[in-house]
Design a protein around this ligand. Structure first.
Ligand code: PSU
Ligand code: MN
Length: 301
């Protein structure tokens, strides 16, 4: 009933029960400019392989849900225009109408779960936007973490968001938020925020076990693993703060709303940092892919 296509390497991993790491595609189509988007997607897939797991980049292409993209499909998607940005609300409609869309964190979690994949690596999750008290703009990623049993490895929530409110909502929704290897929550482009993480774990085996126990207890939902960007690649929060403020002011002045907000802000911050935000973004995604591979291997044991 659901038109699903597995890439050759994902099909092979499924046959042998090997560890698989899901990767999203909105970061490719809406999060980074071409050609760095395609280059990064390839490098991140290779990072997963180098750490002993199989990458499954997820997207909807012409009405088919792809779990794993062949190299030419990735290349085409990375240059395509007007690709939809899919979340829980619109993924089924995109498939039904034969459309093409990139999957956000929420949609990638749904697809990963359908395919029996338990771990997913991305850059940063969506969350509560600043000014959400007026706009009501809260990413569907948060609700998805509360209901779909996939462990998501991210460098926290994107620092363009209202981070304290984002973590309050996650707590309300009962989502475990685990900082990997440090006490504080990371802040996407920066390794440290000023918020203490609700949970801390220092090895992949514990993280895998926590998800398995959660599921065994009948608790719905996944976990958010916040993995700090390596220090050498980070942009200090103080350097970024005025740049984020400027991008937010411009988004306001130009009435950017709904799904366009996050891509607009990421694009402006890229310009205002002369590309430094992208370099950091690539480094943190790669770092997350490596940890996700370790967790996927631990889950298989
Ligand atoms: N991580 C990145 N860059 C991105 C995203 C994640 O490093 O562009 C995407 C994810 O797909 C996430 C989405 O789900 O941004 C959040 O969008 P929104 O705020 O509209 O929910
Ligand atoms: Mn939104």
């Amino acid at each position: 009933m659901i038109p699903i296509q597995y890439s050759a390497e994902v099909a092979a991993a499924r046959d042998t029960g090997g560890p698989i790491v899901a990767l999203e595609s909105t970061i490719i189509t809406h999060g980074m400019p071409f050609p760095q988007n395609v280059e990064t997607a390839r490098i991140v897939e290779q990072d997963v392989r180098d750490h002993g797991a199989t990458p499954a980049t997820i997207a909807v292409l012409n009405g088919t849900l792809h779990i794993g993209l062949e190299p030419d499909q990735l290349n085409t998607l990375g240059q395509a225009e007007n690709v939809a940005k899919l979340s829980r609300a619109d993924m089924a409609a995109c498939i039904a109408t034969g459309g093409t869309g990139a999957t956000t964190v929420a949609a990638t979690m749904i697809a990963a779960h359908l395919a029996g994949i338990h771990v997913f690596a991305t850059g940063g999750i969506g969350g509560v936007h600043r000014g959400a008290e007026d706009s009501f703009d809260i990413s569907a990623d948060l609700q998805e973490l509360a209901q779909t049993p996939v462990t998501v490895v991210a460098a926290g929530a994107k620092a363009i968001l209202d981070l304290p409110k984002t973590f309050e909502v996650l707590e309300t929704l009962g989502v475990p938020v685990i900082a990997y290897g440090q006490d504080m929550l990371p802040a996407f482009w920066s390794a440290q925020s000023d918020m203490v993480a609700p949970l801390r774990m220092d090895d992949a085996t514990q993280i895998a076990k926590a998800q398995q126990i959660r599921t065994a207890m009948g608790l719905k939902g996944g976990q958010l693993v916040t993995n700090p960007i390596p220090q050498k690649d980070e942009i200090p929060a103080a350097t970024l703060a005025p740049i984020i403020d400027q991008a937010l002011d411009e988004a306001d002045a130009q009435n950017i709303s709904a799904k366009a907000v996050t891509p607009f802000l990421l694009g402006r911050i890229f310009e205002l940092t002369d590309g430094r935000s992208l370099t950091a973004n690539i480094a943190l995604v790669r770092n997350n892919a490596r940890l996700a591979a370790q967790i996927a291997i631990a889950m298989g044991k």
